[in-house]
Design a protein around this ligand. Structure first.
Ligand code: AKG
Length: 328
């Protein structure tokens, strides 16, 4: 999840700006795209995404076009696990060498984003946190006293070719084809979550769907995949999930009077006692449903906890922030 500054306003139009995808990523311009209003999740319990559960995956087991998801597609057991629990782990998907390349890429991306923030960024604050918009890219910083440390960049792939290539990686894309039930899929959004040692703050319990429900006609079909770049432990702030919480669709947001409060899931809507801390080695892929309640704690260790999160959708549809179609 991530909040764009533009999302503060209803009906703000996205200006399509610089965007470069690697060869193979098909990009088509969509001129103007109305952006989301603040969803205040759960405003409409009968709206898109409400109360739909595992059954929405059943049909996707037999893609209408009859093609398979390739070597990396989900097995029926994995598929069932995702449908029931709302998430799925695949360990050992990336080698140490690949992780080194990607780690260098995310550091380069963070350096470029930081330089751009100082040069051309549009800065604003929400609940005392600094955000900077760079065209359609939003950079979120840690709160004081670490306000010069980047927390999230969305989208991030435009800052480095290795991150652009990752969008096309079969280890991410084939399972997504299985989940979406079609060979033709597109990127919805992608972000870099940097949780610097001793500095990185956590993410409150939330679902991603309330962020997206007003920006997309089919919020049920926006599965995420997190690529864990550094070993994730309980002390450096691994991802935490509430298994099965996705089955209830969009849950009400909390109403604590803060600007961002409505984006966090009301604690009465799920039972935090059932949380699972996903302590996993670097190179693990975590697939998770857009309705899954998830979050994480601060990084209290001396080790980084960086992760890339990519979200896909059925093909031919525009990405969340640039409004361009990025078919893979
Ligand atoms: O990186 C994390 O710990 C949490 C990520 C998350 O909640 C998100 O990106 O929606």
């Amino acid at each position: 999840m991530f909040l764009s500054g533009s999302r503060k306003a209803v009906g703000v139009l996205v200006c399509v700006s610089w965007f470069a995808c690697s060869p193979g990523v098909q990009v088509r311009r969509r001129a103007r795209q109305p952006l989301a209003k603040n969803p205040k999740s759960g405003d409409d319990p009968t709206g898109p995404g409400a109360g739909r559960g595992a059954e929405r995956y059943v049909n996707a087991m037999n893609p209408a076009d009859g093609r398979t998801g390739g070597e990396w597609k989900l097995s029926p057991d994995e598929y069932r696990e995702f449908a029931e629990q709302g998430y799925l782990l695949r360990r050992g998907q990336f080698t140490l060498e690949e992780l080194e390349v990607l780690s260098a890429a995310v550091e380069a991306a963070a350096g470029r984003a930081l330089a751009d923030c100082e040069r051309v960024g549009h800065a604003y604050e929400l609940d005392g946190r600094r955000f900077v918009d760079l065209g359609h890219v939003t950079v979120q910083f840690e709160p004081a006293p670490n306000a010069d440390a980047i927390k999230v960049i969305e989208p991030v792939h435009e800052f480095d070719p290795a991150l652009e290539r990752l969008i096309l990686d079969e280890r991410l894309v084939s399972p997504m084809r299985s989940l979406l039930g079609t060979e033709r899929i597109a990127l919805w959004t992608d972000k870099l979550n940097l949780k610097r040692p001793g500095v990185g703050t956590g993410f409150g319990w939330h679902q991603d769907s309330p962020y997206w429900v007003h920006a997309c006609d089919d919020v049920d079909r926006l599965p995420n995949v997190m690529l864990v770049l550094d070993e994730a432990t309980e002390t450096n702030g691994c991802l935490r999930v509430i298994p099965g919480s996705h089955l209830r669709g969009c849950l009400p947001g909390s109403d604590d009077g803060t600007q961002l409060g409505g984006f966090y899931t009301d604690s009465r809507g799920f039972d935090a006692e059932f949380q699972k801390a996903l302590a996993v080695p670097a190179g693990t892929l975590i697939f998770f449903d857009p309705h899954l309640v998830h979050g994480s704690r601060a990084n209290e260790s001396h080790m980084p906890r960086r992760a890339l999160v990519l979200t896909y959708q059925p093909g031919g549809r525009p990405t969340l922030k640039s409004g361009r179609v990025c078919d893979v």
